[in-house]
Design a protein around this ligand. Structure first.
Ligand code: G3P
Length: 215
């Protein structure tokens, strides 16, 4: 399973890259705003800065909601850097835009996916990635992980090569569950990735080894 980091924070992206396990980055307008990145020029520059830190795919989201607007924005984003994947919302014009980008050889990430039917549409339009939001489903008492399992079955039934990018991952248990049910990618906050490191028996065992080494 690939690990993406879900942030626009350059320091966190660098830290995850330095750990040696990072395969890509996802961003969205909320994450960009959180870092105080404002204005079209600064936003585009920030995407390039991210691409220069990581070696994998970097999702950059369009903010238009009509087909023409998404195409214009997406083409400009795709031209920024070969690692850019254009992130498009799961709406009617978004599906049309994904089809258009696919035919032009521009890679896409279909975002804000909350049902298997939406994931099927994204794959049929040729999305490179589909982003089901696990945590936000859990927030409304719906099993987010069940959605990942359903999409896995559907994509495998028909050999869709759209990658399942589990998004809105909140904690290490989500990551483990994603790996068990066969998500292709989990995009997570840095805290969820580093939490995978921790086990009290590792700390206890290491302390004992170090103490014994002094004997
Ligand atoms: O990748 C989508 C993600 O940023 C949403 O996460 O925690 O805002 O639901 P969250």
């Amino acid at each position: 399973m690939k690990f993406f980091i879900d942030t626009a924070n350059l320091a966190q992206i660098k830290e995850a890259q330095d750990l040696g396990v990072l395969d890509g980055v996802t961003t969205n307008p909320s994450l960009m705003a959180k870092e105080g990145i404002k204005g079209q020029e600064n936003i585009l520059k920030h995407y390039v800065d991210i691409c220069n830190i990581v070696t994998g795919d970097v999702s950059a989201e369009v903010i238009s909601t009509d087909f023409e607007g998404m195409v214009k924005e997406g083409e400009a984003l795709a031209k920024l850097h070969p690692q850019i994947v254009v992130k498009v919302p799961m709406i009617k014009d978004g599906v049309k835009a994904i089809k258009y980008f696919t035919e032009k050889g521009i890679r896409t990430n279909c975002t804000l996916v909350f049902s298997a039917g939406q994931a099927l549409l994204a794959a049929k339009a040729g999305a490179s990635y589909v982003s089901p939001f696990i945590g936000r489903l859990d927030d409304v008492s719906t099993d987010g992980m069940q959605l990942i399992e359903d999409i896995r079955i559907i994509y495998d039934n028909y050999g869709f090569d759209t990658e399942i990018l589990a998004a809105s991952v909140r904690h290490p248990i989500h990551i483990i569950q994603c790996a068990k049910v066969g998500a292709d990618v989990a995009t997570c906050p840095l805290s969820a990735i580093t939490a995978l490191l921790n086990h009290p028996l590792t700390d206890k065992g290491l302390a004992q080894f170090l103490a014994d080494a002094k004997k």
